[in-house]
Design a binder for this molecule. Structure first.
Ligand code: NAD
Length: 305
């Protein structure tokens, strides 16, 4: 199989690197020149719970990508999807499938501008990954991915993709209820990412104040209510349990939205809060907490730029 990774930061490098260890042809496409140069010079270094791997893999800019792959896996941050796909359009051949495991809502709609729904798969992943430096990614702890073809057909290419992921140690399953899993993660992220981002708090610090803890749960509940109005039933008890667990155990964790604001980078607020707000307006479901977080994160981004 040939896999091309569009957006080879923390997640893209991890997925691409592990697939390459199984003998697949893998091409990493990114804009980060230092990262590309280091991978070309010394290979990709992956630190996982299994130890350190050094993987030889092709890396270049999207417009330099060579031939259409069997699967193009999009792992840019959500606000960069359109530009990345435009630059890599020549790699979407008549048989190429495109997979997005990016966070947030609206990923399918972005991909549909470039290829038919039947060749798109969307999903969600809890696999963790961090960039340590150019050519160097770490991933510690368990994670799992779920995805499904956007037309809900289990075609052979999709089944092969899931088998290749599992063989590479990327635990995954095909899930007919993937929309519920996507919304569930959005409910979790809207609360913890958003409130940590505007308050500068770690996840554990949110749990130390009863009012803030209540705000966390209220924010997630808004997302769950919007999902239900959009026809997606999310396991509300599961979300509220996950929030309490995270506030009790991931005490020092700074969610990516806070990390992005601290580094003066744009965040994924549109794909999370912006999308929930828009769905809420469409279905007549009020989203006061989500909409306020949306506005405040945008305000912080605007001041920083
Ligand atoms: P990242 O910032 O580490 O990687 C994104 C990469 O995309 C960067 O290397 C950037 O240079 C590249 N990029 C930006 N614009 C591009 C373009 N036009 N063409 C090609 N490449 C471009 O982000 P990440 O942490 O790997 O996250 C990727 C996605 O996965 C996000 O949607 C994120 O929410 C989701 N996610 C991340 C994690 C995690 O633990 N890191 C876990 C689950 C889901």
């Amino acid at each position: 199989m040939k896999y091309t990774i569009l957006g080879a930061g923390a997640m893209g490098s991890l997925f691409g690197g592990l697939l390459a260890t199984q003998g697949h042809a893998v091409e990493l496409l990114d804009l980060n020149e230092r990262h590309i140069a280091e991978i070309q010079r010394a290979g990709l270094t992956l630190d996982t719970d299994q130890g350190r791997l050094n993987v030889r893999v092709n890396a270049c800019r999207p417009e330099q990508g060579s031939t259409p792959p069997d699967w193009l896996i999009v792992f840019t941050k959500t606000m960069h999807t359109d530009a990345a796909l435009r630059a890599a359009q020549h790699l979407i051949g008549p048989q190429t499938g495109v997979l997005s495991l990016q966070n947030g809502l609206g990923n399918l709609e972005k991909l549909e501008a470039f290829l038919p729904r039947g060749r798109i798969a969307i999903g969600v992943t809890t696999v963790p990954a961090d960039m340590k430096g150019p050519g160097h990614v770490q991933s510690h702890g368990q994670g799992h991915s779920r995805f499904m073809s956007a037309d809900r057909q289990r075609n052979p290419a999709l089944v092969q993709l899931a088998a290749d992921f599992n063989q590479a140690g990327l635990s995954c399953e095909l899930d007919d209820q993937v929309l519920a899993a996507i919304w569930r993660k959005v409910a979790f992220n809207a609360a913890l990412n958003g409130i940590c981002a505007v308050t500068g708090s770690t996840v554990g610090q949110l749990g130390q104040h009863a009012d803030t803890r209540a705000l966390v749960h209220r924010t997630s509940q808004e997302v769950i209510d919007v999902a239900r109005a959009a026809g997606v039933v999310v396991d509300a008890d599961g979300v509220h349990h996950d929030l309490d667990h995270a506030m009790a155990h991931h005490v020092h964790h700074k969610p990516s939205m806070l990390q992005d604001l601290l580094a003066r980078r744009p965040t994924e607020v549109e794909a999370i809060h912006g999308q929930v707000r828009a769905h809420g307006e469409r279905h007549g479901v009020p989203t006061p907490c989500v909409s306020t977080l949306h506005t405040l994160v945008q305000q912080i981004e605007a001041v920083a730029s």
